[in-house]
Every structure is written in structure tokens, then in C-alpha cells.
Design a protein around this ligand. Sequence first.
Ligand SMILES: Nc1ncnc2c1ncn2[C@@H]1O[C@H](COP(=O)(O)OP(=O)(O)OP(=O)(O)O)[C@@H](O)[C@H]1O
Ligand SMILES: [Mg+2]
Length: 462
Amino acid sequence: MAKILIADDDPTILSLLNKILLSKGYEVQLAENGDVAQKLLKTEQFDLLISDIKMEPVDGMQLLKKTRQFRPHVGVIMLTAYATVATAVEAMKEGAFDYIPKPFKIDELLETVKRALDYQRSIAEQISGTPQMEARKYFGNIVAESEQMVNVCEMIKRVAPTKTTIMITGESGTGKELVAEAVHSFSARSEGPFLPVNCAALPETLIESELFGHVKGAFTGAGVNKEGLFEAAKGGTLFLDEINSIPHGLQSKLLRAIQNKKIRKVGGTEEFDVDVRILAASNRNLENMVKEGEFREDLFYRLSVISIDIPPLKQRPEDILPLAQHFIAQELEGDEFPTMDSEVLSILQNYSWPGNVRELQNVIQHCLTFLRDGKITKETLPSKLIVSYEENPGAQNASRIAGGEFEKGKSLKAFLRAKEKEYLKTVIDTMGGDKAKAAKELDISLATLYRKLPEDGQEEQK
Ligand SMILES: Nc1ncnc2c1ncn2[C@@H]1O[C@H](COP(=O)(O)OP(=O)(O)OP(=O)(O)O)[C@@H](O)[C@H]1O
Ligand SMILES: [Mg+2]
């Protein structure tokens, strides 16, 4: 169901809208002012924003502009007690879908909400040619533009509601924890806790008592009864990260906990039931560990009933730009969304990203710290990227443009879309950023150009 953010400094309006929209099955989040709304828009995904116009310190018009910039796929409806034609027109010009004067009739409000959501959906369909556009760009907090990440998200959607244990694999920084969180939040346990535990960070001597708890006097220093993580995650999800670090001796106990949902505290005599779903990740190949006798085969099979593999970032270059924009929006303090020139994009696309998405996030933080006149330029990038680019200029791009490089899992459609975007951007840059001129050169309408550049945030402009 669609997720709606409501921003209004009038608590009665907030609670009224909340009630109305909840009763229609929408997911609703409330913000008591524009500032709170802005923060929520940065960290969470919404389909629609309903915003009051007069608010302090950030007013509805500012919020509207920011939303068009940072979260272009979110539809916006303005709400105001100060209805004047002028503000209404201004809001629509800035890309608001519609405008509702206060006081409003419930039916009219619901009708407008429905129209706005239908409109957003139809725009999304036009862009991607499939009704999956929203899922394509974002799933929960996961940016997913590439075919591979869309598949990962599809998999999450399918397995989240089940009870099964899931193994999440991928290089460091590919988003394993993020995927685990998404599985939790799309499951029936989403109201319960999500507890990530890094098994490698727990000393071997303590790991058993951390996971299962201990009774008073179980060992020196065990002064009181202690609850373990299996108990603490009751009703929720326990994410066992780097599960390969679980000592061999403890693996059978872990298997029993997962299989029979029963645990015994260290030093305890009784077994008791636990209610927790297990997700796991490993940074070593568990199958090889099984072969070498380091990991129990039965536990391996139990854990890997379903596995989700996240490909390294370099294998999904279409995700680089949307991810960069996502991190910019998240980190941004000031008002202006920085521009990124096409050379920066080439450098980002060219880099091999050994640290995957986390490394990209760090690079963006670096760029934002060293912004030049509000622009992300080559000079704002960490030097390792420049060095790698200069040593191997355009290598990846050139071969991709030529179509010479086979990328596993990449469809022809995804390839063509990426190429098309690259060319459009080059033409726009050549025209000094003037999209109207670029459209003319390309012999397409301006509307078509906007539609083809969804990440530029213009696709909903009417
Ligand atoms: N597809 C994505 N969309 C948005 N953010 C992402 C995506 N993938 C990763 N991130 C972000 O990148 C960072 C690293 O992700 P995460 O911690 O989940 O990786 P990991 O695979 O668990 O890494 P490690 O193996 O080092 O523990 C996080 O800040 C995460 O939010
Ligand atoms: Mg992790």
C-alpha cells in the first residue's frame, strides 16, 4: 500500500488526516513541521507528501522544492488555510500535483490522494515501460536501478513473509545488512526488534553467553542471570553477520536453536523456547569451509535454505549514479543540490569499487566536504579514483559503449537504457545544461527528454 507523509504544524489536522488515510489502508507518517518532514524524506521512502503551506521554520513551498529535487518520484499535494490562487499556481508550477484548501471534504481529499498516486504510478510506467518502476528505483531503503538489484529486491519481497532462514552473501560493503533489514521490515515480524550481531566481533569465549545468555555463577564474572541475543530478539529477527566466525564447538548448539527453536543458557539446566527468525551473512565461502571441515554441513544446509547474493558494485554500473544521488540527498546539509559534471560520472563509472557501496558512500561524503561552488568536480574526488582513471582512462566506459563487454545478468534492455542515458547526458552537457536545446539536437520533445532522465527529477513535470 502507498506510503504517505503528512507535514502540518496543526496537530488536529495531522491526527484527522492520519485517521482518514489509515482507515483507507494507507501507510501514514506524520511530521509536525517542515524540518521534520525534510529529515524523514531523506531517510525513508514515500509515495506521496501532503504538506501544509504555512509552517515554520521550513515552509511548504520550500519543502515542495526540496522534494522535487531530492525525491522526484514522490508526488506532492499542498494543503492550506490560506488558499489564494497565486500560491496555488506557484505550487503547481513548482511541480505540486494538486492543491487542497482547508477546510476540506473527506471525499475530495481522498479523491485527490488517489489521483495523485495513480498519476505517479502512470508516470513510473511510462518511464520504465513496466509497472515496476517504483520498485526499480527504490525498495524500502534500497536503491535498485540495475537488473541485478531489482532481482535482489524481488527475492526479498518473495521471501520476507516466509519463516525461512536466509543466507545473504556478497562482498564487503555490498549491502548485506541493508538487505537483512529489508527482509525484516517486510516480514510479519517488522514490529519486533531487528538485532544485527557481528559474530566476528565477539570473543570466542563470550560468544555462547552473548547468543544464549547465562545463569548466575555459570563462570567467573557471571554475577547475574543474563539474557542472550536469541531472547532479546524475541518476536523479531536476529541477523548473524559473519557467521563463519562461530566456533565449531558452538555450531551444533546454534543448529539446535534454529531447527528446534530451543536454547539453553550457559550454566543452565533447562531448555526454553525462543521465537526468532534467523538471517545470516558470511564473508567466507561456507561451502569451502564445509569441505575443509571448518563448518558443519548440517548447519550450512539449514542456513542456506534460501540465499540472496548481492553482486559487487562494479558489476552493476547503472546503480552508481542513483546511489550517488541517494547519498548526496542523505548527507546534504545546505539548500542546493550539488551538480555533478559528466567527467565525475565517468570517473565513478570507471572505478573498480573494491569496497563496493560503502566505498561509494565514503567517496560522496568526501566530495561533499570539498564541494567547489556547490559543484562536485574532479577536484573534489579522492585521489585514488583519479589515479585509477588516469591509468586506465575510460576503459570500462569505452568497452561498454562499444558493447564489447559481457556483463552477466544484464539484459539488452538494461544495456540500451544505460547507453541512452549516457548519450542524453553528453548532449545536455554539450549544450551547457540547456535541456530544451538538447532536445532539439536530439530531435525529440522536451517532455520525452525529461521522461528519459528520471534521475534528474523532472519526469513528473507537467
Ligand atoms: N542498494 C543500496 N541502496 C542504498 N544504500 C545502500 C545500498 N547498498 C548498500 N548501501 C549502504 O552502503 C553501506 C554498506 O552497506 P552494508 O553495511 O549493508 O554492507 P555489508 O555488505 O553488510 O558490508 P560488510 O560486509 O562490510 O559488513 C550502508 O550504509 C548501506 O546503507
Ligand atoms: Mg555488514
